[in-house]
Each structure stands twice: as C-alpha cells, then as structure tokens.
Design a protein. Structure first.
Length: 360
C-alpha cells in the first residue's frame, strides 16, 4: 500500500532505518519515547551503527542545533523551529515526530482561517443536536489525540494563525491539560506528549507570538546552508529522493547545473557575488534551498520527457525565472541586471546565459 502513496509519511518511508536504530538503541529513553535522544539525533543526521549499517541523513546542518531540539523535547518545554521559508522546518518537524513517537500525522496546519476548534476539539453536530454534549459527539483534534496517547503534536506555520487562536495553546503547554467544560472534564497529557511548532517571520501575513506563548517554547533557529557545497549536497540528495518517489524516468541531474542554480540563488539572496566583488539587488522572493530543489526536479522531468535525458541549462532556465521573478516589475529588473552584469561575464556560463535570455 505504501508503495502506491505519492508521499509516504516519514515513519513509513524510513521504517527500516527506524527499526535498525531500535535494535541498537540501548540508551535511556525519556518516558513515552520510542527511541533514545541519541537514536533520534542519529536518525536525523545519519551515521554508522555498530553492525556497519548506514543511517541516511535527513537533515544537513549544525549537529548542535539538532541536539538542542531533541533535548528540548525530552523536557516539559515545547519546541519552536524558526527560520526563513525553505530552511527545512517542516521536514525536521516531521522526522523528529516520527523518530520520537512513531507518528508524524498528528498535525495542525496554521492558516489565517484556523479556528480554536482545530487546536482544542470539535463536535459532530448531528449527534450534538440529537443527544446533547457527550464523549461520543466530541471530535478530538490532533492535539487532543497527542495528549491522550503521549505523542508528538505538530503545528505548522504557527504565526499564520490569528493571535487569539495561538493563545489557546498556553494552558495546554503550561498545565499539560485540555479542559472540556461542556462535559465537565479535562484531558490530561500522558508522558511523552510534546509539541513541535514551525514559524517564520519573513513572509507577509504573519502574526507575532504573544510573550506569554513564546515563553512556553524553546526556540531553535534553522539557518540556511552555510556553504555552497553544503547546499549543493542537500539539493542533489533531495532531488534524487524525490525522483525515486515520483518514479521519474532516469535523467542525469549533473552537479554542474545544480551548482549553477545554487550559485544564482545564493548570490541573489545575499546581494553579492561569490567573490564579493559585485554588489547585487535582491529580489522579493526568498530563493531558498527548497525552491532550488523544485527548480532542479522540474528540470529533471523536462530533460527526461522532452530532452535527451541529461539536465542542461535550458531545462532549469524557466524554473529559475519563475522562482526569481515574483514581482513582475521590480524582480524582473533585478533579474535582467543580474543576467547582464554577472552571468554574461562568466565564460563557462554562456549556455546558461543564452537559455535564460530565451525565456526572459
């Protein structure tokens, strides 16, 4: 069944690795955890087990950040993963939940329209009208189910929620209880319950966390990749994984084109060329690693279905243009200037320059 799913959950896709870690995990485990903090960290960052088995890295970044995040989950504090879009906040959240409690599906998606019921609980209104408030008429939220089972609850885009809805979490995070006044009862969290939230303050439409709510979280800021080599490695690894999952026809996703896309994104993101000699204007978009992965994946599909199976500049040019030019007026000026002052002057980027000019 899992093989037919477009995107398996982390605990399904990496079930073999999680089982291997469980076999070799003889370290102390916090109450309610499936694995020890050591095993959870090894699952995220990768490593070699005593029998020589390899655990693939799910996240490439500073080890200390992951250790702080895992240690936070072992306390009574909730974890807030903060960072600009595309820094793998959701990815890390999912894999942490899969490794800690074996279930990454207890998720609440934050939007401007998220209501309190999505965090607390709702009602089956047909039964509510027929029978009145009862346990059978109550519809538990992912948060309530996590509290009842001692699992990890995930909240995506916490700052997208209205501030009054955010503050619904305060009692749950501080008292570890969820009152149900309609039934005159409450749900007390079992050991193992914790919350992982993700947020960014870069995009439009975000709501600041109240100081009372922020104090309930330990915050870990996930950075963008520190070096171009690190970012190229992340992009290449994820493109390969996505291609396998989507069963894309074989295509050679050459590192040369991946490095070009990463270089373009990093230079426009930082506002200067790699050598530091030329200052650049930055577009309105974030140009994150996630967007670079999307551009290369789309290019790979183009090369496989409409090309000769080799990823070339023409296959990624359109994707780069779409990622950079979010504002059709100001961003287009930034992109044209970058093409003419930087790309055009690089002798080994002539094919890339021509391809970008054709789609611009």
């Amino acid at each position: 069944m899992t093989e037919a799913v477009l995107r398996p959950h982390a605990e399904q896709q990496y079930a073999d690795e999680l089982a291997l870690l469980a076999e070799h995990d003889d370290r102390p485990r916090p109450p309610g955890w499936r694995r020890s903090p050591w095993a959870v960290t090894t699952y995220l960052l990768g490593g070699t087990l005593p029998d020589g088995s390899q655990i693939t890295p799910k996240y490439v970044g500073p080890r200390r950040l992951v250790e702080v995040a895992v240690a936070t989950l072992a306390t009574d504090r909730a974890l807030l993963l903060l960072g600009v879009p595309g820094t793998a906040k959701t990815w890390v959240s999912e894999h942490l939940a899969a490794a800690v409690s074996g279930d990454s599906t207890l998720m609440i998606q934050g939007t401007a329209g998220t209501a309190e019921e999505a965090i607390r609980y709702g009602w089956n209104y047909a039964r509510l009208l027929a029978e009145g408030p009862s346990e059978e008429a109550l519809v538990p939220s992912p948060m309530m189910r996590a509290m009842r089972t001692g699992a990890v609850a995930r909240i995506e885009e916490l700052t997208r929620m209205p501030s009054d809805v955010q503050d619904t979490l305060i009692t749950m995070l501080s008292e570890k209880t969820l009152p149900v006044p309609e039934l005159g009862t409450e749900v007390q969290a079992r050991k193992g319950f914790t919350v992982i939230a993700t947020a960014n303050d870069r995009d439009r439409g975000v709501n600041e966390l109240s100081s009372a709510l922020r104090r309930r979280f330990n915050t870990v800021v996930l950075p963008l990749p520190a070096t171009a080599d690190e970012e190229v490695d992340i992009v290449a690894r994820r493109v390969d994984q996505i291609g396998t999952t989507l069963e894309l026809p074989d295509a050679t996703a050459g590192l040369e084109e991946i490095r070009r896309v990463v270089t373009v994104f990093r230079e426009l993101r930082t506002g200067r060329t790699d050598d530091g000699r030329t200052k650049l204007k930055s577009p309105s978009g974030t140009l994150s690693t996630a967007e670079a992965i999307s551009v290369i994946t789309s290019g790979r599909a183009l090369a496989a279905h409409f090309g000769d199976g080799v990823l070339r500049a023409a296959d990624v040019a359109g994707g780069i243009l779409g990622a950079v030019v979010q504002d059709p007026v100001s961003d287009r000026v930034v992109w044209q200037e970058y093409l003419e002052t930087v790309v055009r002057e690089r002798a080994d980027w002539r094919d890339f320059y021509r391809a970008c000019r054709e789609v611009s």
